[in-house]
Design a protein around this ligand. Sequence first.
Ligand code: HEC
Length: 199
Amino acid sequence: MKNGWITRNRIIAAMAGGAFVFIVGGAWLLIYAGAYNIAADAPHTGPVYWLLNNVRERSVAVRSAGIEVPADLRDPKRIAAGAGLYNEMCSGCHLAPGMERTEISQGLYPRAPEFSRGTDLTPQQEFWTIKHGIKMTGMAAWGPTHNDTLIWDMVAFLQKLPALTPAQYKTIVKSAPEDHDDMMRDMPGMKQPDDGDHH
Ligand code: HEC
């Protein structure tokens, strides 16, 4: 009786082990054979898209949940500063009101969302994504080169962006308080505007 029980457990363990080796081996063979097309001009298969989408959404939602939003996100100065940064660093991929689609925006996969059409991200999720970036997408982490204040300025601007006409967009970008180099002055590791390298 007891022996039979042990034998049955052994058989189950051997079958589970066999299945594991089969799945891992099969997956490795598919990878090694280059079966999956990693090209940016060939859309993901349905299951891979579903998986990556869920991984991204849950990862961002969980990691951004505790972030505290500054109270002054509606401050026009913040919005103007964010507009200057956005126009310079983000519009090439995410576009802007009145802007033609750029070459890079047409070749990216996944596509960079057009923020002038609005987004369902919370300000916390936007902040986290801008600061940390998203692996294997072209969305860079801006945290290594920009402090939290500047990143919140961009988030402040993103709240405003969907409501802007092309003319309003131009005006608000022109009203950016300082140029990029000036805004970056306080960042460690950045070239100082007055260190002689500036032309
Ligand atoms: C080189 C192109 C590129 C540049 C430049 C870029 N992004 Fe992105 N960004 C992307 C791509 C591509 C995605 C989509 C990633 C995905 O779907 O997983 C993205 C996603 C995002 C998201 C998340 C959107 C969502 O709905 O999940 C935010 C927020 C964002 N970018 C903000 C910015 C800001 C702000 C800047 C400028 C500081 C910027 N990006 C610069 C390519 C870019």
